[in-house]
Design a protein. Structure first.
Length: 810
RNA sequence: GCUGGUGUGGCGGAACUGGCAUACGCGCCGGUCUCAAAAACCGGUUCUCGCAAGGGAUUGUGGGUUCGAUUCCCACCACCAGCACCA
């Protein structure tokens, strides 16, 4: 007599061992079934381990992968470690433990916790970005970019985090603070490695159109790339001695060129020292120096416009007018040409500036009918604009650009907000940049055969703070012969940012042990990724970089597609009600985490998996409820009992009610799963158990089998155990996903709500397909409904067969 | 300011294509079992008037379309997220 109790602890261990032994999750390169690649964003293996919020992001793709497996796909569902990064390094500084030791320990702990979830990861394909066999290829990609001129070194004013003592990418600066540590970012001039992502701006933008991604993420990327169409216009600036200097600006509003009443240079603009007149030099230089010292965000947060007049003037090419040249920090060197023409009548920022300094405001666009605001930034009709007067501003923009081009003083141009990617980090725990600096040959790539350039052992992990990484102190590592001339040369000591390894890891899972190529021969068939699941916090950074790497690898023939992630799904976060009554993100730093280990012990892995799905719509944030898991646990116990109570004593055939419940369940679960409405999948199964429970008849074998297969992606151990106990050989995951027949999902009688003047007044149970006349007949025989008619005849009868009857009376 | 999202019971949420609002779960109330408690199981639970039968109200607010609106349209409010002097 088998044990009737639901002993989840024993069951879960039994099947986890079985699946591992049977290698159920290993994806076979040669499998003839159609492939399906379902990818989770791989984690940074932090020391603090997993909380129930992390679980959520892994349970959904796992349930989806198991569903695809049951649908007959050859599923690849891998996992790995994004293990370079500052926490391990900071820990090394504090404790002296080598980051590698630390990282390995954290990975082991993280993996143990992940295994507790019973995801169907193919662990034979596990990768680790800090493994030299892996980062060899990260370095290889860098070298290919270097050879194509896409990686270059430049002295740049960069974002510098004084706490992390390293430069940051623009993408890593959030509201003027360091994304990692929250310190205020300052500006600093350093020679930096850059990746020319801007060369791909147009393709990164265009590629978004066809992706099955959340619109929100696509919009964020579009905004980040920030394409604007406009014109480059050459003014002529005059210095104090009458010398002429071309001064180029970018504008999206060439139609307002006649309204330019002054010009503004960014404080860093090279013409500032050239143009400033001697009497103003001290003042202007002080202003420019102060502006440059402040970080960019300080400039953008200032409410009051500031600036200085250089004393110089420029000539407007359309009318020969001389207008004053100012310096102001509201113009940024990093966008366009670092100089603008100012049209205060039609630009809010120029208007604010002109108001502060009393500069001329000249209207050249007549606003739309009836509007009188100044500044008017919309379209309108051009006025006081020479030959262009009377044109609509949209046409005028093109006309002016053409006019400028004909005279060689301008042309139409597209600008992007996107800037090149600052790729240098002055830290230890990252991929060494594989370049050698030779005094004779310059920047020489490390020969590919010598990759990887391994991280050397160091004694001190502290960043120097001087702008060099700790690697600079290892003389015998730094000093190498030049690969080209053999003379003495020095290694590059900067390392790559954490984003480097994650920009291409999804490729490597497909052929993780390939030694002679980034992508092995079996790899291509798995790609691209069919479903990518992860948090929306990577909407810009990681996803843009990964797309950039993919475009590049496509162009050099490594892969044969341009977009790596066909479909993207963003999970919501798990939040928790704080004592203040506010909802906060669940995180270690907030101290509000819920530990899954305890819940696995008390309720079981399957209950927790189910609750992670049931907690709310997957794309939205969800508030964790400590008692919520009790509900799904009770459901599992009821379902368990329902199956085993009739085990071996099945009904010959299902009653019509049970049959219809079964087909309805398959339909609901399948449709809701396809729509990613996982919370409602769980409730559909609960409703089913409630329904068959109240029917109080023994189920037939097929109904029970169907239920077990349907629940298996969500509660795999539970399903596998019941599958075995009901007399099947494992595994339930080798079964096919059941079908439903619509003929069974509709019942023979229907209950029709009866409304009178739109208000619910009763219900009628009739045969499906009953005619209007018969229904009206039934209404007349029903006194409870008739009394609401007040003895009157309906003025209008609306009858939707099998749906509703609405009677309109006056 | 711009862009995107969200507003439904005490709480998380459900509602296919315009057709019974509040499924499912939590919590709460009552019951069974127990010396007792927990667990488990059974029943109830939008608000409101009413002893009841029954009535009325209700999907952020105000309008509109419709026999009928959580769903479509217009205007507004609140909250959340991202971006923000990008010329």
């Amino acid at each position: 007599m088998p044990d009737a109790a639901y002993r989840f602890g024993e069951i879960e261990k039994k099947w986890r061992d079985y699946w591992a032994r049977e290698r159920l999750y290993e994806a076979d390169d040669g499998d003839p079934r159609p492939k399906y690649y379902c990818l989770d964003m791989f984690p940074y293996p932090s020391g603090s381990g997993l909380h129930v919020g992390h679980w959520r992001s892994y349970v959904l793709p796992d349930a989806w992968s198991r569903y695809m497996l049951l649908k007959g796909y050859n599923v690849l569902h891998p996992m790995g470690w994004d293990a370079f990064g500052l926490p391990a390094e900071n820990d090394a500084i504090k404790t002296g433990t080598h980051p590698e030791v630390n990282t390995r320990r954290n990975i082991a702990n993280f993996k143990r916790q992940l295994v507790d979830m019973s995801p169907m990861y193919d662990w034979t394909r596990e990768i680790d970005t800090t493994d030299p066999a892996y980062y060899r290829w990260t370095q290889w990609i860098f070298l290919q970019m270097f050879k194509k001129g896409l990686a270059y070194r430049q002295l740049m004013p960069i974002n510098w985090c004084p706490s992390c003592k390293t430069g940051l990418a623009n993408e890593e600066v959030v509201g003027g603070t360091c994304e990692r540590c929250g310190a205020t970012v300052t500006a600093r001039d350093l020679k930096q490695w850059m990746l020319r992502i801007t060369a791909y701006a147009e393709r990164l933008l265009a590629g978004l159109d066809d992706l099955d991604w959340p619109e929100k993420v696509k919009t964020m990327q579009r905004n980040w790339i920030g394409r604007s169409e406009g014109a480059r216009v050459r003014f002529t600036a005059l210095d104090a001695r009458g010398g002429e200097h071309p001064l180029e600006i970018f504008t999206t509003r060439a139609d307002t060129l006649f309204g330019a009443t002054y010009m503004v240079l960014a404080p860093e603009h090279p013409l500032v020292p050239v143009l400033t007149t001697p009497d103003r030099r001290t003042d202007v230089e002080a202003y420019a120096a102060a502006a440059r010292a402040g970080a960019e965000h300080e400039r953008t947060e200032a409410t009051q416009k500031t600036g200085r007049f250089t004393g110089a003037f420029a000539v407007n090419p359309v009318n020969g007018e001389k207008i004053p040249i100012w310096v102001a920090d509201y113009v940024l060197m990093g966008y366009g040409t670092g100089a603008i023409m100012a049209v205060p009548a039609h630009d809010v920022r120029d208007y604010d500036f002109a108001t502060v300094f009393g500069l001329e405001i000249r209207e050249v666009i007549a606003p739309a009918e009836g509007r009188t605001e100044i500044p008017w930034v919309g379209n309108g009709t051009m006025t006081a604009s020479g030959a262009f007067t009377g044109m609509r501003s949209t046409d005028g923009r093109r006309a002016v650009a053409r006019w400028l081009e004909e005279r060689g003083v301008g042309r139409a141009e597209v600008q992007y907000r996107l800037r090149d990617w600052i790729f240098s980090r002055q830290r230890y725990w990252g991929e060494p940049i594989p370049i050698i600096h030779c005094p004779r040959c310059g920047e020489v790539p490390v020969p590919e055969a010598e990759l990887p350039v391994r991280l050397p052992a160091v004694e001190r992990y502290e960043p120097t703070g001087t702008g060099s990484s700790p690697l600079a102190a290892i003389e015998d590592w730094v000093r190498v012969p030049c690969p080209e001339c053999g003379g003495s040369a020095r290694r590059e000591t900067d390392t790559m940012p954490q984003w480097a390894g994650s920009s291409w890891y999804f490729l490597r899972y497909t052929s993780p042990r390939s030694d002679d190529a980034l992508l092995g021969p079996a790899g291509r068939a798995w790609l691209p990724v069919d479903m990518y699941v992860g948090g929306v916090e990577h909407a810009i950074l990681h996803l843009l970089y990964a797309r950039f790497f993919s475009l590049f690898l496509h162009d050099i023939g490594v892969i044969d597609f341009e977009e790596p992630f066909t479909r993207l799904f963003n999970q919501g976060m798990i939040t928790r009600m704080a004592s203040t009554g506010r909802v906060e993100k669940m995180s270690k730093s907030k101290g509000n985490t819920v530990n899954p280990d305890a819940l696995v012990a008390s309720h079981g892995c399957d209950s927790l998996r189910l609750y992670e799905l049931f907690v709310g719509p997957p794309e939205m944030d969800a508030v964790w409820n400590d008692d919520g898991i009790d509900g799904v646990h009770r459901f599992l116990k009821r379902a368990w009992k329902w199956v085993l109570d009739s085990n071996g004593r099945w009904a010959e055939a299902p009653s019509p009610v049970v049959a219809s419940q079964r087909h309805l369940l398959v339909k609901k679960v399948t449709e809701r799963l396809e729509a990613f409405r996982l919370n409602t999948v769980v409730s559909a199964m609960m409703e089913f158990i409630n329904a068959v429970h109240s029917i109080e008849e023994r189920p037939d074998r097929e109904t029970v089998e169907t239920f077990i297969i349907l629940i298996s992606p969500f509660a795999p151990h539970f399903a596998e155990e019941l599958w075995e106990r009901t007399g099947h050989a494992p595994s339930v995951f080798r079964q096919g996903w059941p079908d439903w027949d619509d003929a069974h999902t509709v019942s023979e009688t229907v209950t029709i709500p009866v409304q009178i003047n739109g208000r619910m007044r009763g219900r009628l149970t009739v045969d499906a397909g009953t005619s209007e006349e018969s229904v009206m007949e039934a209404v007349r025989r029903d006194p409870a409904i008739c009394r609401h008619l007040d003895g009157k005849e309906p003025r209008k009868v609306v009858y939707v067969q099998d749906k509703i009857l609405n009677l309109v009376v006056n």
